[in-house]
Design a protein around this ligand. Structure first.
Ligand SMILES: Nc1ncnc2c1ncn2[C@@H]1O[C@H](COP(=O)(O)OP(=O)(O)OP(=O)(O)O)[C@@H](O)[C@H]1O
Length: 280
């Protein structure tokens, strides 16, 4: 595998991404690689959860991670913001780059990283605080309190929630519907202005109307952010993503390509069997 390194003014070596995002297959061309896994392995104790993953994720696109239960999708997502650090049995080997910087280098601060790489979980999990305080939380932690009202409004607008909550900003976030709570969590994640939003099955606990709003929102968010989303819902992956990575049992990444190609003409029989529902 060949790649070049560049040296910054401070003498730090920044790796240039490989241009291995699959060639355009007729859909819009892709942005630069922002996240890149290279020979990434993850173990929980003796059990291997990800096996030699090589995956370049393009900037400002939606990348879907699909595959049967237990194939390592969430594990991959948690590597990107180093949430796996919180699991004592987890061990990461290989490389995972963010804009050419290895996220597992000793000088990377995981807390600062999580401001750049936000995360939204399957179950909406607002803090037991007001709507306003939920969104303001990350901004206050970082002491970014200038024009706080405007920042909160902007995040709620970007999360397509402002019109529904603008008259009740100081009521509890827990009083919102499930779908509204999830959009509140998205507003909370985007308020500190991250570059990447990781979403782990963000709509699987929601009804169809709320799901459709989240799907529209994800497509919208990709205009400003890079979105990496785990989903079990094949139609959802096909609808909302630009790129799709198919993980299969054993923590193996079997195929990665433009979503249209994966769903219309996958290279691997196992992938076709999975997406046509023959197993999984
Ligand atoms: N905290 C943990 N401790 C030990 N093993 C874990 C832990 N989290 C995940 N695993 C194991 O790692 C493997 C991959 O799990 P992971 O949750 O990443 O898969 P997944 O594809 O996201 O599954 P699902 O679709 O069911 O959420 C599984 O075998 C799982 O049992």
């Amino acid at each position: 595998m060949s790649f070049q390194n560049e040296t910054t003014e401070t003498g730090e070596s920044i790796r240039q991404p490989q241009t291995t995002v699959p060639e355009d297959t007729g859909v819009e061309s892709l942005g630069e690689t922002i996240i890149e896994a290279e020979n990434l392995d993850v173990f929980y104790g003796d059990e291997q959860a990800l096996n030699d993953i090589n995956l370049p994720i393009p900037e400002q696109q939606v990348t879907a991670l699909i595959g049967p239960s237990g194939c390592g999708k969430s594990t991959f997502l948690r590597c990107v913001n180093r949430m796996n650090d919180l699991i004592t049995s987890a061990r990461v080997e290989g490389n995972l780059y963010f804009r050419g910087k290895n996220l597992y280098d000793e000088d990377v601060d995981p807390v600062a990283l999580r401001r750049t790489v936000g995360m939204v979980f399957q179950e909406p999990n607002p803090f037991p605080k007001s709507i306003y305080d939920n969104v303001a939380y990350g901004l206050r932690v970082q002491d970014k309190v200038e024009n706080l009202d405007e920042q909160v409004e902007d995040a709620l607008r970007r999360a397509a929630l402002w019109d529904e909550v603008k008259d009740q900003l100081h009521t509890s976030g827990l009083d919102l519907s499930g779908g509204q709570q999830q959009r509140l969590c998205i507003a909370r994640a985007i308020a500190p202005d991250p570059e990447v939003i990781l979403m782990d099955e963000p709509a699987s606990a929601l009804d169809p109307v709320a799901t459709s709003k989240i799907e529209d929102l994800i497509e919208d968010l990709a205009k400003d952010y890079t979105v990496v989303v785990v989903t079990h819902n094949m139609q959802q992956a096909a609808r909302i993503s630009d790129m799709t990575a198919v993980f299969l049992t054993g923590g193996e990444l079997v195929e990665y390509d433009h979503t249209q190609k994966i769903f219309e003409n996958p290279e691997h029989q196992r992938v076709e069997d999975y997406i046509t529902g023959k197993f999984g």
